[in-house]
Write a protein that binds this ligand. Structure first.
Ligand code: GLY
Ligand code: MN
Ligand code: MN
Length: 436
């Protein structure tokens, strides 16, 4: 993404905050995996949204109207020895040249410099509660400045939640963000198609996961946006199954929920298909209900409609399907009202998608479900899960778990489905027949 994109976001945020304010946004901490091995570093999404800077130990400070420059980046200095061992650093100069900082200081000097930047400001914009250690430091700096009141220094007396402002900005995606999200969805769609092509009885779930990971990386995505779910048979009925270590059996369905991350943007796609490439009669009955629910829900994603409408549409189709199957009995309206489908469909139909897989942004405003606006991206992911443990469920449905999930962009006239892996029974069977 180009530097202007990040600069534009900072400008927009600073215009909202106004002169007299200081905005403080640290990046995330590094996490130990074991002893001296760290998990791959992933910057804080809000920090990344405002800077595009991907190195650990960094803090962005924005001061609207500061004559010497409004964007200050604290980061690691260049260090030849450390860089030979651990990799390149931008350094202070690079922070200015490549990331548009007006001033850059060593991260070690944060405690020394920050109190001075708080002097004579009215408002601090900061997200409390995300990084406990950092919260303590912010309070310490504030106390330090407050103590200087006798010397005529005015300390900020308003503490405002930064996350709310940034999250509202993140909710509406720019054309540049949409391009990246399209790419993430396309990479994942290709990976799902590949998984369908190699799947056959006798493979282990992790071998299918390996194919997905290979496909993500081969296409330039270095990480999934969340741990991939690859569950066959009974495992398809566990919503967040990630063991991925059982053998695929002839006659089972395989549920794969996997999405690539590209430039810190997520995709989130689920496909479910028969391990042997051919739906049984019962699998097909369940699949067609979930697919119809998904299409009905997608049709409700358009500007002016409210957040709950896709879910309500999916629930109506699923409840009617369960009634037709004889699993539910009674009047359709009543069954919908009482959420009778919940033992078999126990999650919501979607969530915002963006830099975080379960992305930020309010779902309700003033107690009303939010109205869709162009630039929002949501998943649409209804499912039906017939676990062997579900009371009173005839055995013939046991261990069929189906979810179908796509990434859907709200456009000015309706919506655009960003993901496009095979989805109908015919598309899936045709693809799998062609290779088996
Ligand atoms: N992959 C997590 C979800 O679908 O929400
Ligand atoms: Mn998912
Ligand atoms: Mn999802």
């Amino acid at each position: 993404m180009k530097q202007q994109e990040f600069a534009g976001r900072r400008k927009e945020l600073m215009e909202i905050a106004g002169n007299g304010s200081i905005i403080i946004q640290p990046s995330s901490q590094e996490h130990v995996r074991n002893r001296d091995v760290y998990y791959p570093y992933r910057p804080d999404s809000d920090f990344h949204f405002l800077t595009g800077f991907g190195e650990p130990l960094s803090v962005a400070v924005l001061i609207p109207g500061r004559p010497q420059g409004e964007f200050i980046l604290f980061c690691r200095e260049k260090d030849q020895d450390a860089e030979i061992w651990h990799g390149r650093r931008s350094g202070l100069e690079g922070a200015c040249t490549f990331y548009g900082a007006d001033d850059a200081f060593p991260i070690e000097d944060l405690d020394e410099i920050l109190p001075g930047l708080l002097e004579n400001k009215d408002r601090i914009y900061y997200t409390m509660g995300r990084y406990a250690d950092f919260d303590q430091r912010v309070i310490g700096w504030l106390n330090h400045v407050t103590e200087m009141a006798r010397a005529g220094v005015h300390a900020p007396d308003q503490f405002i939640s930064l996350s709310h402002l940034v999250h509202e900005m993140r909710l509406i995606k720019s054309p540049a963000e949409i391009r990246v999200m399209r790419r993430a969805a396309a990479i994942s769609s290709t990976a799902h198609s590949r998984a369908m092509k190699i799947t056959k009885p006798g493979l282990f779930e992790y071998q299918v996961e390996a194919e997905i990971m290979h496909s993500f990386m081969d296409q330039g995505s270095r990480s999934p946006a969340y741990p991939s779910i690859v569950g066959a048979g009974r495992n398809s009925c566990i919503l967040h199954y990630t063991e991925n270590n059982e053998k695929l059996k002839n006659g089972d369905m395989l549920l794969i929920d996997a999405g690539a991350e590209v430039e810190s943007y997520a995709s989130d796609i689920t496909r479910t298909f028969p391990v042997n490439g051919k739906f049984s009669r019962n699998q097909k009955i369940v699949y067609e209900i979930v697919l119809a629910a998904q299409l009905a829900a997608i049709a409700e994603v358009k500007p002016g409609n409210r957040w709950n409408q896709p879910h309500d549409a999916a629930v109506a189709v699923i409840t009617e399907g369960l009634l037709d199957m004889g699993i539910l009995k009674g009047s359709l309206q009543k069954l919908i009202q009482t959420e009778a489908c919940r033992p078999y469909y126990m999650h919501k139909t979607g969530h915002w998608l963006g830099m975080d897989v379960h992305d930020v942004g309010d779902y309700k405003i003033a107690d009303q479900w939010r109205v869709f606006e162009p630039g929002m991206v949501t998943t649409i992911e209804p499912g039906l899960y017939f676990s062997a443990f579900t009371k009173g469920l005839p055995k013939k449905w046991h261990n069929i778990g189906i979810r179908i999930e796509d990434d859907v962009l709200v456009t000015s006239s309706g919506c655009d489905v960003l993901s496009d892996a095979p989805k109908t029974v015919k598309e899936i069977e045709d693809l799998m027949r062609a290779v088996h």
